[in-house]
Design a protein around this ligand. Structure first.
Ligand code: GDP
Length: 439
């Protein structure tokens, strides 16, 4: 679901509003931060929409540097993960410098921001209490979280500001339960067509030649075991003999374009040729772009049994730059191993969907940090404040740290591996990002 994040300086009533919207009894206490963290996220109905509501207020459990810092951290968290930001201010106290600071930060990100003016307990006082806040140019809504006034309006306004519901269109990626889109990539003659043909061959075939933007953007759909798969950009894939063999130009750019139209890519490599320069280029691009993919080493029927071990070792060496990518050994011609392709692709896509709750994320962060603290760089260590997950697949983890300069690549890799282990992400790409939260 889309995410709505509540931000605002302390004591404006964030947790009261959160609990109202989440229809929960008043949170017991926020005195001991780590304890209440799990309550800061709730699934909430807003009008006809379901959203994840997040209170960023209780999240700054490790930001001792004072209020200013909290504003910064909150704003960054909200802007990283939220679709809509609910900026809560105190109508009784009026506009403060810290509110201005927050407004400024929120404005820069260009996400929808709704300002809710809290503690407006009677309608006759609305103009007097909200007047100050119009200067920012955000939509303004008066309310009383404590008395429950104005909540209906707020819910409707937030619902309207949310991104459109996804409509199933040609380009919309289907939900995971609806099956997945696959791009089969690789050098000419690696066996892409043969593989797709074999996958399609024995099954009831639903062929839909969707006229794409280019002549060769032909998508082919397959229903197997009640699941739907779409192979994207498969020009000529159904022809068993192709006159154009050898003429096909290999373009990494085109391959990447296809990968972007799919959920998971399958890179087909010819076992008899090994991992070539072009294969490596494609793989390293896919890896850099954090594309979910698997590798199918094809034509193993042509490899003598005694050479298989050496082949596997070669391939492993060639691919050590992306150790998480699974490798299948197949023969399209002899139908060996191809039954594993679709289930493995689905497994990868499933891992891409993993969403980790706020509490679990930050417990995980503590755990990996405690095991290995960030190294001293120029006499100091980076401080890690908070961990969030961005909303889109593949899993993208954003650490908020005091100083990104002090976080080295090797430590980033350590963090990635730690998160992979804790959350069971073994084959999907994982993005780990550090963001500075200084002023
Ligand atoms: P594409 O250009 O990647 O689509 O490759 P094709 O599917 O057209 O295959 C190229 C050639 O390799 C064809 O002559 C296929 O018959 C052959 N081929 C494909 N897969 C296999 C395999 O597993 N074993 C063997 N021996 N030949 C294969």
């Amino acid at each position: 679901p889309p995410i709505v994040a509540i931000v605002g300086r302390p004591n404006v009533g964030k947790s009261t509003l959160f609990n109202r919207l989440a229809k929960r009894p008043k949170a017991i206490t926020h005195d001991r931060p780590g304890v209440t963290r799990d309550r800061l996220e709730a699934t909430v109905e807003l009008g006809d929409r379901i959203v994840t509501l997040i209170d960023t207020g209780g999240m700054d459990f490790d930001a001792p540097e004072g209020l200013e810092r909290q504003i910064v951290v909150q704003a960054e968290i909200a802007l990283t993960m939220a679709d809509v930001v609910l900026f809560l201010v105190d109508g009784k106290a009026g506009r403060t410098a810290m509110d201005d600071e927050m407004a400024e930060r929120l404005r820069r990100a260009g996400k929808p921001v709704i300002v809710a003016v809290n503690k407006v307990d009677g309608s006759e006082r609305i103009p007097a209490l909200t007047g100050d806040f119009h200067a920012w140019g955000f939509p303004i809504l008066p309310l009383s979280a404590a008395h429950g006034h104005g909540l209906q309006d707020l819910a409707e306004t937030l619902a309207k500001a949310l991104p459109e519901k996804e409509t199933p269109g040609e380009e919309a990626l289907p939900a995971p339960e609806a099956g997945i889109r696959l791009a089969v990539l690789g050098r000419p003659n690696a066996g892409k067509s043969s593989l797709v043909n074999e996958l399609l061959g024995q099954e009831r075939l639903i062929v839909s030649d969707v006229a794409g933007t280019t002549r060769d953007a032909v998508d082919v759909a397959l229903v197997k075991n009640g699941r739907r798969y779409v192979f994207v950009d498969t020009a000529g894939v159904r022809k068993r003999t192709r006159i154009t063999d050898g003429l096909e130009r290999y373009s990494v750019g085109k391959a990447l374009g296809s990968a972007k139209r799919a959920n998971v890519a399958v890179v087909v490599i010819d076992a008899t040729g090994g991992v070539g320069v072009q294969d490596k280029r494609l793989i390293s691009y896919l890896d850099k772009e954090r594309t979910p993919f698997l590798i199918a080493v094809n034509k193993i029927d042509l490899v003598p049994q005694k050479d298989m071990i050496a082949l596997r070792k070669d391939i492993q060496d060639e691919l050590r730059m992306c150790g998480h990518v699974p490798v299948l050994y197949i023969s399209a011609a002899q139908r060996k191993g191809i039954g594993k392709v679709l289930p493995m692709a689905e497994e990868i896509w499933k891992e891409c969907q993993i969403r980790v709750g706020t509490g679990a994320l930050n417990r995980a962060m503590r755990e990996v940090l405690d095991k290995h603290q960030p190294p001293l760089v120029n006499g100091r260590r980076a401080k890690f404040y908070y961990l969030t997950q961005a909303s889109d697949p593949p899993p993208t983890f954003v650490f908020f740290v005091s100083d990104t300069e002090r976080v080295r690549d090797s430590y980033m890799r350590y963090l990635e591996n730690g998160l992979r282990k804790l959350f069971g992400i073994s084959m999907a790409p994982v993005k780990v990002v550090c963001r500075a939260s200084h002023k």
